[in-house]
Design a protein around this ligand. Structure first.
Ligand SMILES: [Zn+2]
Length: 204
Protein backbone atom coordinates (compact mmCIF):
# COMPACT_ATOMS: atom_id res chain seq x y z
CA UNK A 1 0.00 0.00 0.00
CA UNK A 2 1.32 3.44 -0.73
CA UNK A 3 -1.20 5.56 1.11
CA UNK A 4 0.64 8.56 2.47
CA UNK A 5 -0.53 9.73 5.84
CA UNK A 6 0.24 13.15 7.23
CA UNK A 7 -1.17 15.60 9.72
CA UNK A 8 -1.08 19.37 9.91
CA UNK A 9 -0.30 20.36 13.49
CA UNK A 10 -1.01 23.94 14.56
CA UNK A 11 0.30 25.56 17.72
CA UNK A 12 -2.75 26.85 19.59
CA UNK A 13 -1.02 29.74 21.41
CA UNK A 14 -0.20 31.28 18.03
CA UNK A 15 -3.52 30.30 16.49
CA UNK A 16 -5.38 31.99 19.35
CA UNK A 17 -3.37 35.12 18.66
CA UNK A 18 -4.46 35.12 15.06
CA UNK A 19 -1.22 33.72 13.66
CA UNK A 20 -0.60 30.50 11.82
CA UNK A 21 2.27 28.51 13.22
CA UNK A 22 2.22 24.87 12.27
CA UNK A 23 3.56 22.27 9.88
CA UNK A 24 2.66 19.18 7.90
CA UNK A 25 4.17 16.13 9.53
CA UNK A 26 4.58 12.92 7.55
CA UNK A 27 3.40 9.98 9.61
CA UNK A 28 4.48 7.01 7.49
CA UNK A 29 6.75 4.75 9.47
CA UNK A 30 6.88 7.14 12.41
CA UNK A 31 6.43 6.33 16.07
CA UNK A 32 4.44 8.50 18.46
CA UNK A 33 7.77 9.74 19.83
CA UNK A 34 8.99 10.70 16.33
CA UNK A 35 5.85 12.77 15.78
CA UNK A 36 6.05 14.29 19.26
CA UNK A 37 9.66 15.31 18.62
CA UNK A 38 8.65 17.19 15.49
CA UNK A 39 5.75 18.85 17.27
CA UNK A 40 8.05 19.85 20.14
CA UNK A 41 10.21 21.77 17.66
CA UNK A 42 7.08 23.60 16.53
CA UNK A 43 6.04 24.34 20.10
CA UNK A 44 9.47 25.72 20.99
CA UNK A 45 9.43 28.06 17.98
CA UNK A 46 6.08 29.55 18.95
CA UNK A 47 5.89 33.34 19.06
CA UNK A 48 3.61 33.04 22.07
CA UNK A 49 5.36 30.67 24.47
CA UNK A 50 3.71 30.06 27.83
CA UNK A 51 5.83 27.37 29.49
CA UNK A 52 9.50 26.50 30.02
CA UNK A 53 10.70 23.09 28.86
CA UNK A 54 13.98 21.19 28.91
CA UNK A 55 16.51 22.49 26.44
CA UNK A 56 16.80 20.06 23.49
CA UNK A 57 20.48 20.85 22.94
CA UNK A 58 21.88 20.46 26.44
CA UNK A 59 23.77 17.22 26.76
CA UNK A 60 23.74 16.53 30.47
CA UNK A 61 25.10 13.10 31.28
CA UNK A 62 26.03 13.81 34.87
CA UNK A 63 24.99 16.49 37.42
CA UNK A 64 28.54 17.88 37.39
CA UNK A 65 28.04 18.74 33.71
CA UNK A 66 25.82 21.55 34.92
CA UNK A 67 28.76 23.33 36.55
CA UNK A 68 30.37 24.39 33.33
CA UNK A 69 27.51 24.03 30.92
CA UNK A 70 28.03 25.77 27.62
CA UNK A 71 24.90 25.74 25.52
CA UNK A 72 24.07 28.54 23.12
CA UNK A 73 20.46 27.45 22.81
CA UNK A 74 19.58 28.06 26.47
CA UNK A 75 22.62 30.05 27.63
CA UNK A 76 23.35 27.36 30.17
CA UNK A 77 19.96 27.56 31.91
CA UNK A 78 18.85 24.09 30.66
CA UNK A 79 15.39 25.48 29.94
CA UNK A 80 13.87 27.09 26.88
CA UNK A 81 10.49 28.69 26.31
CA UNK A 82 7.79 26.79 24.51
CA UNK A 83 4.13 26.77 23.76
CA UNK A 84 2.20 23.88 25.22
CA UNK A 85 -0.93 23.08 23.27
CA UNK A 86 -1.40 21.88 19.73
CA UNK A 87 -4.22 20.73 17.53
CA UNK A 88 -4.44 18.67 14.36
CA UNK A 89 -6.03 21.14 11.95
CA UNK A 90 -5.85 19.00 8.84
CA UNK A 91 -4.92 15.50 7.80
CA UNK A 92 -4.45 13.44 4.66
CA UNK A 93 -4.62 9.74 3.99
CA UNK A 94 -6.26 8.80 7.28
CA UNK A 95 -9.78 8.25 5.92
CA UNK A 96 -11.12 10.22 8.86
CA UNK A 97 -9.44 8.11 11.55
CA UNK A 98 -7.82 11.11 13.21
CA UNK A 99 -9.41 14.22 14.62
CA UNK A 100 -8.32 17.52 16.08
CA UNK A 101 -7.03 16.12 19.37
CA UNK A 102 -6.13 12.52 18.50
CA UNK A 103 -3.10 11.44 20.53
CA UNK A 104 0.13 10.91 18.59
CA UNK A 105 0.10 7.32 19.80
CA UNK A 106 -3.20 6.79 17.97
CA UNK A 107 -2.02 8.81 14.96
CA UNK A 108 1.05 6.58 14.66
CA UNK A 109 -1.05 3.45 15.12
CA UNK A 110 -3.59 4.55 12.51
CA UNK A 111 -0.79 5.43 10.05
CA UNK A 112 0.77 2.01 10.53
CA UNK A 113 -2.52 0.16 10.09
CA UNK A 114 -3.47 2.16 7.00
CA UNK A 115 -0.02 1.58 5.52
CA UNK A 116 -0.54 -2.13 6.08
CA UNK A 117 -4.24 -2.53 5.22
CA UNK A 118 -5.26 0.62 3.39
CA UNK A 119 -8.74 2.04 3.35
CA UNK A 120 -10.32 -1.29 4.39
CA UNK A 121 -9.08 -0.85 7.94
CA UNK A 122 -10.64 2.61 8.17
CA UNK A 123 -13.93 1.26 6.81
CA UNK A 124 -13.87 -1.56 9.33
CA UNK A 125 -13.28 0.96 12.11
CA UNK A 126 -16.34 2.91 11.00
CA UNK A 127 -18.37 -0.28 10.85
CA UNK A 128 -17.32 -1.36 14.36
CA UNK A 129 -17.97 2.08 15.75
CA UNK A 130 -14.87 1.95 17.95
CA UNK A 131 -11.58 3.79 17.70
CA UNK A 132 -8.86 1.70 16.09
CA UNK A 133 -10.19 -1.83 16.63
CA UNK A 134 -7.77 -4.66 17.34
CA UNK A 135 -5.77 -5.35 14.15
CA UNK A 136 -6.03 -9.10 14.76
CA UNK A 137 -9.80 -8.77 14.92
CA UNK A 138 -9.67 -6.93 11.61
CA UNK A 139 -7.45 -9.59 10.02
CA UNK A 140 -9.80 -12.34 11.23
CA UNK A 141 -12.78 -10.73 9.50
CA UNK A 142 -11.34 -9.07 6.42
CA UNK A 143 -11.81 -11.10 3.24
CA UNK A 144 -10.18 -8.68 0.84
CA UNK A 145 -10.95 -6.01 -1.69
CA UNK A 146 -13.07 -7.15 -4.62
CA UNK A 147 -14.54 -5.68 -7.76
CA UNK A 148 -17.97 -6.87 -6.58
CA UNK A 149 -19.62 -9.26 -4.15
CA UNK A 150 -20.24 -11.60 -7.11
CA UNK A 151 -16.49 -11.80 -7.82
CA UNK A 152 -15.88 -12.65 -4.20
CA UNK A 153 -18.61 -15.31 -4.31
CA UNK A 154 -17.12 -16.87 -7.47
CA UNK A 155 -13.75 -17.12 -5.78
CA UNK A 156 -15.33 -18.52 -2.64
CA UNK A 157 -17.21 -21.15 -4.66
CA UNK A 158 -14.04 -22.13 -6.55
CA UNK A 159 -11.95 -22.43 -3.41
CA UNK A 160 -14.53 -24.31 -1.39
CA UNK A 161 -15.02 -26.87 -4.14
CA UNK A 162 -18.74 -26.83 -3.44
CA UNK A 163 -19.57 -27.35 -7.11
CA UNK A 164 -17.03 -30.12 -7.64
CA UNK A 165 -19.67 -32.81 -7.51
CA UNK A 166 -21.67 -31.04 -10.20
CA UNK A 167 -21.01 -32.08 -13.83
CA UNK A 168 -18.70 -29.47 -15.36
CA UNK A 169 -21.07 -28.62 -18.19
CA UNK A 170 -23.70 -27.61 -15.65
CA UNK A 171 -21.52 -25.45 -13.43
CA UNK A 172 -21.97 -22.39 -15.63
CA UNK A 173 -25.66 -22.48 -14.83
CA UNK A 174 -25.00 -21.98 -11.16
CA UNK A 175 -26.32 -18.55 -10.15
CA UNK A 176 -23.29 -16.91 -8.52
CA UNK A 177 -25.07 -13.59 -8.20
CA UNK A 178 -27.94 -15.15 -6.25
CA UNK A 179 -25.48 -17.06 -4.12
CA UNK A 180 -23.62 -13.79 -3.39
CA UNK A 181 -26.87 -12.03 -2.47
CA UNK A 182 -27.76 -14.84 -0.08
CA UNK A 183 -24.34 -14.64 1.58
CA UNK A 184 -25.01 -10.97 2.30
CA UNK A 185 -28.67 -11.35 3.25
CA UNK A 186 -27.91 -14.38 5.41
CA UNK A 187 -25.34 -12.34 7.32
CA UNK A 188 -22.35 -14.52 6.44
CA UNK A 189 -20.56 -11.56 4.95
CA UNK A 190 -21.02 -7.84 4.59
CA UNK A 191 -19.59 -5.42 2.09
CA UNK A 192 -18.53 -1.82 2.41
CA UNK A 193 -18.12 0.39 -0.65
CA UNK A 194 -14.61 1.73 -1.13
CA UNK A 195 -13.66 5.10 -2.57
CA UNK A 196 -12.24 3.45 -5.71
CA UNK A 197 -15.56 1.72 -6.52
CA UNK A 198 -14.49 -1.71 -5.27
CA UNK A 199 -15.98 -3.35 -2.20
CA UNK A 200 -14.28 -4.48 0.98
CA UNK A 201 -15.68 -7.84 2.08
CA UNK A 202 -15.84 -8.86 5.72
CA UNK A 203 -17.02 -12.12 7.20
CA UNK A 204 -19.11 -12.25 10.33
ZN1 LIG B 1 20.73 24.09 26.41
Amino acid sequence: MSDDTRIYVAVLADYNNGEMHGAWIDCDGKSAEDIQDEVNVLLRTSKHPNVMVDCPDCDIQHPSDLDNLECDTCNGTTKVSSAEEWAIHDHEGFYGLVGESTSFADVAKAAELIAEHGEAYALYTGHCGVDLPDPDDFRDHYSGEWESVEKYAEDYIDNSGMLDSMPENLRNYFDCAAFARDMVLGGDIYKIEMSNGNVAIFSN
